[in-house]
Write a protein that binds this ligand. Structure first.
Ligand code: NOJ
Length: 578
């Protein structure tokens, strides 16, 4: 699975599909029960409050626990690979499935080279990878380098004494003799209120954690940390994975002086602010490391700095990340102006440095975009055309192809300390009560999303007009249209409610027109690639064909119809010369 043209590595033209393993499908509860029964010493979430993340073991002993019993597994993913090939995506990004106490649902890793028995066995992972590859699907896994779990043997050792071998794997600071109760600086942690520091009574020092106290930060200025983490990368690369999504990658390099955050932004968690030059040599080394493997590896970094200008720097001179998430568009309301500005920024800031953009609207960390846009399926459809019609590598989040909204999670079922349960609702496969999950009459770890009795993969697959089929048609169109996959992008002038992008690769041209208005809007493509536009249609020039319409209520176009110079309310179309 290598590409022939080095200018077009596979990841530039691929569409990724993010799977959050807890939420995709549970297929083998018996296997889980046996694995957990066999387990001695699995770190659990002892001490958590009822209703808090992973409040007990459940399967394998103890009271029923939906957070464990009702979570998806790797086998559930393998059994649904056909859905992904039918849909037409090219690659999977798998969120963490490593051994973890699940305080942050797997982003607190206690063994980077082991599958958590909750999700399956190593053999299950190997089979999943082999079967994905057999279907020409690439698979990238999550790499969580900024912090470990506090149950990771390194941290257990580190906090055992100041002299321990792993003490310097983490960031420790002495208390201020004047005011021992004051943390070493003013950094705030993510999730819940509080400082990014916890005082370790036993050894008398503070340790740093940009996230939960159970997620101590590793110290990447320690070469032993770098080597140990390279060991983890090597482990998965040797198995044949195609790359890594790298968690909070911008946080790896830190100023050892740990200066206070400026007062006016000090309330923002430091994980959204840390932008230190020391990260760049770390990334250059990491890049050389992964590039040495025979498969064509991709790294896509989560740069949670909400400025495209900063995101751009993490590509280095083409020698750091292959791809970086660019989140500003995720923070746009459903308004043309905001998206136009974001697209213009991407072109201006990434284009000249040859940095290939990414596009993402939903993930396991934010309310789903349909929910953010007020719950309208019509808007979700138009957004899909935008997501797959802009320049860059798109990342879909499992379930957006069903037009899922966030689940309504009653207080007693809230489990995430970061308030992100809604978007992590289980994926409904069919219309049965368990929606295709092997729940055996028990509850899934979170409620199913609204309307799952109709809005599920089986029912939508049977309806050609569904949003699921729209995604499938869009992916097929993208796959057969080089201008959409990799063409240049020019933003055209257009009436206020429209976003119009002209895509071109060699002689092939397409126009992607997204109408953000609840009213129909007139627009005609300029005749010869210029930037003129006309309200109300009546354009005297070449004729255009609607190659694809987002459809939905009030749409004015149909796939294959001739374009009449008007785009329906909250409709998006892809046009080509007739
Ligand atoms: C970003 C991940 O996407 C999120 O889910 C996690 O909680 C934090 N990083 C901490 O690892």
């Amino acid at each position: 699975m290598t590409t022939t043209d080095p200018a077009w590595p596979w990841w530039k033209e691929a569409v990724f599909y993010q799977i959050y393993p807890r939420s995709f499908c549970l297929s083998d509860p018996e296997g889980r029960r046996h694995r957990l029964d066999d387990e001695e010493g699995l770190p659990t979430n002892g001490g958590a409050e009822p209703g808090a993340a992973g409040s007990g073991r459940g399967v394998g002993g103890g009271a029923p626990d939906p957070v464990r019993d009702g979570a998806g597994d790797l086998e559930g993913i393998r059994r649904h690979l056909d859905h992904l090939t039918w849909l037409g995506v090219d690659a999977i990004w798998l969120s963490p499935f490593y051994r973890s106490p699940m305080k942050d649902f797997g982003y607190d890793v206690s063994d980077y080279c082991a599958v958590d028995p909750l999700f399956g066995s190593e053999a299950d992972f190997d089979r999943l990878l082999a079967e994905a590859h057999a279907r020409r699907l690439r698979l990238i896994v999550d790499f969580v380098p900024n912090h470990t779990s506090d149950r990771h043997p390194w941290f257990v050792d580190a906090r055992s004494s100041r002299q321990s071998a792993h003490r310097d794997f983490y960031v420790w600071r002495d208390p201020d003799p004047e005011d021992p109760s004051r943390p070493p600086n003013n950094w705030r942690r993510s999730f819940g209120e509080g400082p990014a520091w916890t005082f370790d009574e036993a050894t008398g020092q503070w340790y740093l954690h940009l996230f939960l106290p159970e997620q101590p930060d590793l110290d990447w200025s320690n070469p032993e940390v770098v080597e140990a983490m390279e060991g983890a990368l090597a482990y998965w690369l040797d198995k044949g994975v195609d790359g890594f999504r790298i968690d909070v990658v911008h946080a790896l390099g830190k100023d050892p002086a740990l200066p206070d955050a400026p007062e006016e932004i000090a309330a923002i968690p430091w994980s959204a602010l840390n932008d230190d030059e020391r990260t760049h040599p770390i990334l250059r080394r990491l890049r050389r490391f992964v590039d040495a493997w025979p498969q064509e590896v991709v790294t896509v970094g989560e740069v949670f700095l909400i400025k495209t200008a900063l995101v751009a720097t993490y590509y280095g001179q083409g020698d750091e990340l292959h791809l970086a998430f660019n989140f500003p568009p995720m923070f746009c309301p459903f308004e043309a102006d905001c998206f136009r500005r974001r697209v213009a920024e991407i072109e201006r800031l990434l284009g000249p440095r040859g940095a290939w953009p990414t596009w993402v609207l939903s993930s396991h960390d934010r309310p789903r975009h349909r929910t953010r846009y007020g719950g309208s399926e019509r808007r979700a459809r138009a957004a899909a055309v935008m997501l797959l019609g802009m320049r860059g590598t798109p990342f879909l989040y499992a379930g957006e192809e069903l037009g899922l909204e966030d689940a309504v999670v009653p207080p007693e079922r809230v489990v995430d300390p970061g308030g992100r349960d809604g978007c992590r609702a289980p994926f409904p496969w069919d219309a049965t009560a368990a929606h295709g999950w092997a729940l055996g009459g028990s509850e899934p770890w979170l409620p199913f999303p609204p309307g799952a009795e109709h809005r599920n993969a089986a029912d939508l697959a049977a309806d050609d007009a569904s949003i699921l089929h729209l995604y499938r048609r869009l992916l097929a169109l993208r796959r057969r249209t080089p201008a959409l996959r990799g063409g240049d992008l020019e933003l055209l002038e257009a009436p206020g409610d429209l976003l119009v992008a002209r895509r071109q690769r060699e002689s092939e041209v397409r126009w992607v027109v997204v109408n953000f208005s609840p009213e129909a809007v007139g627009w005609s493509p300029p005749a010869a690639g210029g930037t003129t536009s006309a309200r109300g249609g009546g354009h005297e020039g070449p004729r255009f064909t609607v190659e694809l319409s987002s459809g939905g209520e009030g749409a004015l176009s149909q796939d294959g119809s001739s374009f009449e110079g008007r785009v329906g309310p909250e409709e998006a179309v892809v046009l080509r010369l007739a």
